[in-house]
Design a binder for this molecule. Structure first.
Ligand SMILES: NC(=O)c1ccc[n+]([C@@H]2O[C@H](COP(=O)([O-])OP(=O)(O)OC[C@H]3O[C@@H](n4cnc5c(N)ncnc54)[C@H](OP(=O)(O)O)[C@@H]3O)[C@@H](O)[C@H]2O)c1
Length: 258
């Protein structure tokens, strides 16, 4: 079968912009891409962390960015394009997560999380798409989550933001693939990062950020649309998603602390 996207097998000289590159999965992706010969722009707010991840690599460009600052996106984009001559792949990997039950959600915090996890992707798309569409090539990789597959207590705002990203990636694929662009949807299971360090429950099939980066790399190299891992966990959740609500809800309640 034909892959749904352009397979990214050769990373030599690929110009990659990673949003959320200062820790966790984003940082591991940066190191993987640099090792494979890509040029990588690293964005997030903590400059010291970005510099540590870049490790002085000659093909790394530290490009600090607060993704809630819409003006800054244009400035960073211009800077990267000037240095690299363009962008072949943007990876939307930044997010925030606050474990909270529905009755604990504060509306201001919810708005901020939605803007960080979802709104910023629209800002990023409006920043990079004009040049990619004009060229008729480029890759958009969106890191969502299995938390977007189905409603899970504790992910009161994070879950809906990730469900929206899955929907967004699907419609982007239909919109952009005929115009020569590739759209990759990345749905990780649990990965050991600062984001999940807040969880006070046992996380099944927990992976290292390096293993996650390798799984993402393999998925991109195969030209998959959805890259989900580890499969023993993600396939179980996909199955749960297809159960009738009458069966699904009691199972989910059993998984979550009262
Ligand atoms: N860990 C998991 O189990 C898991 C599972 C499924 C999906 N994911 C997804 O994977 C992605 C990476 O998460 P992670 O686990 O690696 O978490 P992480 O280590 O906490 O990384 C989050 C990244 O987002 C950046 N970020 C947050 N707010 C930002 C802002 N306003 N402006 C710029 N950058 C911002 C952070 O950088 P600064 O703080 O330096 O700005 C950091 O680089 C996220 O989309 C997450 O939802 C994670």
């Amino acid at each position: 079968m034909q892959p749904l996207n352009l397979p990214l097998r050769d990373w030599t000289g690929l110009r990659v912009w990673v949003i959320g590159a200062s820790s966790g999965i984003g940082a591991a992706l940066v190191q993987d891409a640099l090792q494979e010969g890509a040029w990588v722009a690293l964005s997030a707010r903590r400059i010291d962390r970005l510099q540590a991840v870049a490790g002085g690599h000659p093909q790394a460009l530290v490009a600090p960015l607060d993704i809630l600052d819409t003006q800054a996106w244009q400035e960073r984009h211009a800077q990267i394009c000037q240095q690299f001559g363009g962008i072949d792949l943007i990876v939307f990997c930044a997010a925030e997560y606050h474990p909270e039950r529905s009755w604990e959600v504060d509306p201001e915090g919810a708005a901020r999380t939605l803007q960080t996890n979802l709104g910023s992707v629209y800002t990023g798309l409006s920043t990079v798409l004009p040049a990619m569409l004009a060229r008729g090539s480029g890759g958009i990789a969106i890191v969502a989550s299995v938390a977007g597959y189905l409603g899970l207590p504790n992910a009161s705002v994070y879950g809906p933001s990730k469900a929206a990203l899955i929907n967004l990636a699907e419609l982007l694929y239909v919109d952009l693939r005929p115009r020569g662009l590739s759209v990759y949807l990345i749905n990780p299971g649990f990965v050991q990062t600062p984001l999940t360090a807040k969880n006070n429950f046992a996380m099944p099939a927990l992976q290292t950020p390096q293993a996650a980066a390798r799984a993402i790399h393999r998925g991109l190299a195969s030209g998959r649309f959805e890259i989900h891992f580890p499969r023993r966990f993600t396939l179980a959740l996909k199955l749960l998603r297809w159960l009738p609500y009458r069966l699904r809800f009691p199972l989910i309640s059993r998984l979550v602390h009262p």
